[in-house]
Design a protein around this ligand. Structure first.
Ligand code: BDR
Ligand code: CA
Length: 310
């Protein structure tokens, strides 16, 4: 499976890339970065560091949009810390990102592979993907699918009472991507809030006999401090790794094909994903929207994959 990861690392973003790299079924063609959890200069640096950590500096990193299409940028340093990697800061990287904008890398990659063979996993705001659609719509039609961590139905909002962070940062981009007409799998907070980073699960990751286990455990422990208090659970949610996990083990998930639209007008509900779960509206389905996950099996696979790394 050939994939591009479009990302704003972020601890959970880095874990996503790590499990992709650990999976022989997946060929990670490149990483594109976007402004989100922290500004794009930092998400790009973090992407380089996470690939160094995985021992894969050969995977290209292309820097992308430094701000949303229309709105003022916001970050999530209250969750991820000032660097995006608080909990376990990685050694400085002396590498630079690859030449060329993320949007051009995405377009060129789709052009250079058979149509219908490259999946794009988006785990940050959707700005780069929207810009690629604006620039080369006919080439973006070549994507096999977009698997996105974004949105919510019953869990509603984590950055405002109405909106999930990746959508809220750039709701106009999200709406453009959702109406584009290629297959989309949407992994919302409804899934990620079922995957508690419990003390027991973190201890198992920490005990892995490699250098990555303790780093991932420290990241999860750091996020857990803020998130567990917020949600009152043993452990916070785990978001972005679901995109790659769904590619590896779709049998762990269930959902429905439904229509999802994004609110872009009201300040009160800006970025809300309006999910027609009960199919009461007239608009046709545009996404496969996941709602359930086998949490124990998810962590079994996650821990086993992390254990394959250096
Ligand atoms: C999303 O927001 C970010 O902070 C996480 O990395 C994830 O992509 C969850 O709402
Ligand atoms: Ca993210």
């Amino acid at each position: 499976m050939k994939i591009i990861i479009d990302t704003d690392p972020g601890q959970d973003d880095a874990i996503t890339a790590l499990i992709a790299i650990a999976s022989s079924k997946i060929n990670l063609l490149g990483v594109t970065t976007v402004a989100g959890n922290v500004p794009v200069s930092m998400t790009t640096r973090n992407a380089l560091q996470m690939l160094d950590l995985a021992g894969r500096p050969d995977i290209p990193v292309h820097a992308g949009a430094d701000k949303p299409l229309l709105r003022t940028p916001i970050t999530a340093t209250h969750v991820h810390g000032a660097s995006g990697f608080e909990g376990a800061l990685l050694p400085p990287t002396y590498r630079k990102e690859n030449e060329g904008h993320a949007v051009d890398f995405i377009i060129d990659t789709l052009l250079n592979h058979e149509p219908g063979t490259v999946t794009i996993c988006t785990i940050g705001p959707l700005t780069n993907i929207a810009l690629a659609i604006i620039k080369a719509p006919e080439i973006m039609q070549h994507a096999k699918q977009i698997v996105m961590m974004a949105g919510a139905f019953s869990e509603v909002g984590n950055i405002t009472p109405a909106a999930e962070f990746n959508i809220y940062v750039d709701p106009h981009a999200a709406q453009m991507v959702l109406s584009f007409g290629i297959p989309i799998v949407m992994i919302p907070l409804d899934i990620t809030h079922q995957l508690h980073t419990s003390a027991k699960r973190i201890s198992r990751i920490e005990a892995l006999p490699n250098r990555i286990g303790p780093v991932v455990a420290a990241w999860l422990r750091m996020e857990k401090e803020y998130e567990a208090k917020k949600y009152g659970t043993d452990g916070g949610p785990l978001h972005d790794p679901n995109t790659v996990m769904w590619l590896l083990r779709p049998d762990l998930y269930s959902g429905r094909k439904v229509n999802v639209q994004i609110e872009t007008q009201s300040e009160l509900t800006m970025g809300m994903s309006v999910v027609d779960w009960w199919q009461v509206g007239l608009l046709p389905a545009n996404v496969l929207f996941l709602r359930t996950v086998n949490d124990d099996e998810f962590y079994e696979v996650l821990i086993e994959r992390l254990g394959r790394l250096p």
